[in-house]
Design a protein around this ligand. Structure first.
Ligand code: EPZ
Length: 414
């Protein structure tokens, strides 16, 4: 269904916005409940489409999920390991965490391959290599993956690329393996630390999350636990960029500043006036912004998820900005849409060049993926006139209540 977000732009933003909990943490934590033998209680679960889909998939496994606002009580005691051959598996990428969790718990999983944002090829070879290293055998028949293991034995696994998904999936698959698993060149994203701290509360023995070497010592079972999901650093970054673009005095709350240092230091380099508290960032009206260059990197480098929103801000900077995208070489579908609004962006596989100083005007534009959608919302807030963003469902996958949060800041959006 084509949902449209309509914005009458060029209205200054003021006030406070509170960031929700982290999508990319929640979408790993929910499938990991498969490993638990007792009830898990989650607080601050973001109310986004991806969470709703994962809750449905947990239900297919006979896991009872009760929601009370943003609290989820999940009871995995009656779990049964049915094949996950439901089309919803293909609606998001994170469904692939059920591979690691079901393999880890039952030594068998059969399910569809994952879906998710169209950012170019998104193989899962590193995930499968990790499972095979632990002793699993993999059968792929078209879009169906079947993974089996007589037993799972801890081993040393080196990741050719510090993949977030592969790091998490191997952590899940090795929780009950015999002995120690070491992941070398592991991803260091905060979401990995969040998941590891929850699994350790449940009785896992995981060390080194947040560094490039993670060890997992296999245990026999995992208890339940209570867990409060960390704030969403990408949502925070998105609102900080919006405030830099069209804000007068905006405070973004529920932020862990250390999680977005690469962004805030780049914004200061552009001349954005930022004040940083222990759990908030305050942005004051900033004019005459300077063009900057960024290269996307795994954490703690500049997040690939924020290069698209930052592109919208760069259109008003004075000078020419360059973006080198080392994670997803095709992550530039937002550029065409921004050029329809008056931007002057050249782009090709792996990089974009933004010639700034181009005022934006509203028009009909199309979201193609989650963070492209975020970039278009920021552009709509900046633009003169009316902007209609089509296929807005991409945006609702990862931004809890984005329309009402922006309305509260004074945006004319619906
Ligand atoms: C996670 O995706 C996030 N998604 C992405 O956020 C984020 O952009 C990405 O990490 C990088 O930070 C979730 O957490 C659900 P990767 P993931 O494995 O795990 C290649 C958003 O907007 N690769 O670190 O898929 C891959 O093709 C989403 O919230 C392999 O080649 O990222 C890509 O080029 C978008 N083989 C690069 O590594 C593999 O087996 C990064 O992938 C796995 C990955």
């Amino acid at each position: 269904m084509n949902e449209i977000i309509k914005i009458h732009g060029n209205k200054k933003l003021n006030g406070e916005v509170t960031v929700s909990s982290c999508k990319n943490s929640a979408v790993a934590i929910l499938p990991s409940v498969v490993l638990a033998s007792e009830i898990v209680k989650l607080y601050d679960v973001p109310e986004i489409e991806d969470v709703k889909v994962l809750v449905k998939l947990l239900g297919l496994l006979n896991i009872d999920v009760r929601a009370n606002g943003d609290e989820l009580t999940i009871d995995p005691t009656e779990i049964c390991n049915v094949d996950l051959l439901d089309d919803d598996v293909m609606r998001l990428r994170a469904s692939y965490y059920f591979m690691g969790a079901l393999l880890g718990r039952f030594k068998h999983v059969k399910m569809y391959s994952p879906g998710g944002c169209n950012l170019g090829p998104r193989p899962i070879d590193l995930h499968l290599k990790g499972f095979e290293a632990l002793g699993a055998t993999i059968k792929q028949d078209g879009n169906i993956i079947e993974i089996d293991a007589e037993e799972l034995k801890g081993t040393d696994i080196y990741l050719d690329f510090a993949s977030v998904g592969a790091t998490i999936n191997i952590m899940l698959a090795s929780c009950f393996a015999q002995g120690r698993t070491t992941i070398e060149n592991a991803a260091k994203e905060p979401e990995i630390i969040d998941l590891s701290s929850m699994l350790n509360k449940m009785g896992a023995h995981i060390r080194g999350a947040g560094t490039s070497e993670i060890t997992i010592d296999g245990v026999f079972r995992l208890k339940g636990c209570i867990h409060d999901i960390i704030p969403d650093r990408i949502e925070a970054g998105t609102y900080i960029i919006a405030a830099a673009a069209i804000g007068e005095d905006v405070t973004i709350k529920n932020v862990i500043p250390q999680h977005i240092e690469a962004l805030t230091s780049k914004l200061e380099e552009m001349g954005v006036k930022l004040m940083q508290g222990p759990d908030y960032i305050r942005v004051l009206e900033s004019e005459n912004l300077k063009a900057v260059d960024i290269i996307t990197q795994p954490f703690p480098g500049f997040a690939t998820d924020l290069q698209q929103p930052l592109t919208s801000l760069m259109t008003k900077a004075i000078g020419t900005s360059h973006i080198e995208e080392t994670i997803y070489a095709e992550r530039f579908k937002h550029c065409h849409e921004l050029n329809q609004m008056g931007a002057n962006i050249q782009y090709k596989t792996g990089s974009s060049t933004i010639h700034g100083g181009t005022p934006l005007h509203g028009t009909d534009i199309f979201a193609t993926d989650l963070r492209c959608g975020a970039a278009l919302v920021i552009a709509g807030l900046m633009a003169d006139g009316e902007t209609n963003i089509h296929n807005a469902y991409h945006i609702y996958r990862g931004y809890d209540s984005i329309v009402s949060k922006l309305q509260a800041l004074g945006a004319d959006i619906e």
